[in-house]
Design a protein around this ligand. Structure first.
Ligand SMILES: NC(=O)c1ccc[n+]([C@@H]2O[C@H](COP(=O)([O-])OP(=O)(O)OC[C@H]3O[C@@H](n4cnc5c(N)ncnc54)[C@H](O)[C@@H]3O)[C@@H](O)[C@H]2O)c1
Length: 328
């Protein structure tokens, strides 16, 4: 019961590693630590290296009996993907191609891919179903879609089975396990607002206050990272049962505006947050909300966290404990 987890030292991957170990699997983690944290990987076997390193992959696939690959490793900064697309295509597409080619060589059949709602681009329908047109609005989303296309072709030709898990906004933390969100640079709203609550940031920029939404700011669907990890366990089981390859959205199906998130952070932390209104960012859709019915009905996914207060509380507990963070 060995599962290769690429990017397992990262935010979401480390929560999956913990869930895998708790479910009796041995996680085999491959991470180059460009963003990840070695100390986040407390279970299984750790390899530091590039996901496209064919020599290392050969070693891993020979020494371990890998039942499935959970592929979290990617670069995921939207803005950077616009200014440095080459870096994104190389890391997210070319290196993933090498991983898939080694899987084919070593007859590893099951692939669970960390995809994203960014593959939909600016949605025409809310909540977004999986059949929605895939038209990503930035190079990051395009690299994710390229991998989805690659998998669809590899599946037809080489009999690889896949599950695309299209996450909406991951948030929260398993703070008791000492893991949580720690990106550098941080671009996600909740940790940025928590940084302001910690006194580590003077103001929070609110990008766009004239969107056609209830308070003019963008609306997003926040899903707890432990619920994402559970969805990976269910996807592994699903593929083991030899069920049909497919895509599943993962969100709670409810949207919160930027102002609402800030209000909830103020409530949870008891701190006042200063904001600065800034212009819209190009390519930011006004509303992104998941239709996760398929994951609920087919994977039997039961997200545990449905309240944003609880999600933010867990993120806050982690944020206060995060190495290097001191509450001011
Ligand atoms: N965080 C979100 O809200 C969100 C939403 C949708 C999709 N995703 C996707 O989920 C996955 C995980 O996201 P995250 O927030 O945990 O990011 P993260 O940066 O914390 O984790 C990614 C991990 O992959 C590693 N990595 C990157 N390139 C690598 C390479 N070439 N070889 C080996 N290791 C490499 C990094 O060191 C890092 O540990 C990513 O694929 C991301 O695109 C995240």
């Amino acid at each position: 019961m060995e599962i290769l987890v690429t990017g397992g030292a990262g935010y979401i991957g480390s929560h999956a590693v913990k869930a895998l170990a708790e479910a009796g699997y041995t996680p085999i983690v491959l991470d180059n630590l460009s963003q990840g944290h070695r100390e986040f990987v407390r279970q299984g076997v750790f390899y530091q290296g590039e996901l496209g390193d064919t020599v290392l992959l050969k070693k891993i696939f020979t020494q371990h009996d890998i039942e499935a690959v959970m592929h979290f490793a990617a670069l995921a900064l939207v803005g950077e993907s616009v200014s440095e697309p080459a870096k994104y295509y190389e890391n997210n597409v070319i290196q993933t191609f090498r991983l898939l080619r080694e899987m084919v060589k070593h007859d590893v059949k099951n692939f669970i891919f960390s995809s994203t709602c960014a593959v939909y681009g600016i949605p025409e329908k809310i909540p977004i179903p999986e059949e929605h047109l895939r038209a990503p609005a930035n190079p990051y989303g395009k690299t994710k879609l390229a991998v989805e296309h690659m998998l669809e072709d590899f599946s037809r030709a080489y009999n690889i089975k896949y599950v695309f898990l299209r996450y909406f906004n991951a948030a929260g933390a398993d703070y008791r396990a000492g893991i949580g969100e720690d990106h550098f640079p941080e671009t996600h709203l909740i940790p940025i607002v928590l940084d302001a609550a910690m006194g580590r940031r003077k103001k929070v920029n609110v990008f766009g206050t004239d969107y056609p939404t209830r308070d003019g700011t963008c609306i997003r669907d926040y899903i707890h990272v432990a619920d994402l990890a559970q969805a990976h366990m269910l996807a592994a089981k699903y593929l083991k049962e030899d069920r049909e390859s497919g895509a599943f959205n993962l969100g709670i199906g409810q949207g919160f505006s930027v102002r609402e998130v800030i209000d909830i952070v103020e409530e949870v932390t008891g701190k006042k947050i200063s904001i600065s209104e800034a212009p819209r960012r190009e390519g930011d859709p006004p509303v992104l909300i998941a239709d996760s019915t398929r994951a609920i009905n087919v994977l039997r996914w039961k997200p545990e966290y449905s309240s944003l207060e609880d999600i933010i509380s867990s993120a806050w507990e982690w944020h206060k404990r995060k190495p290097g963070n001191v509450l001011k």
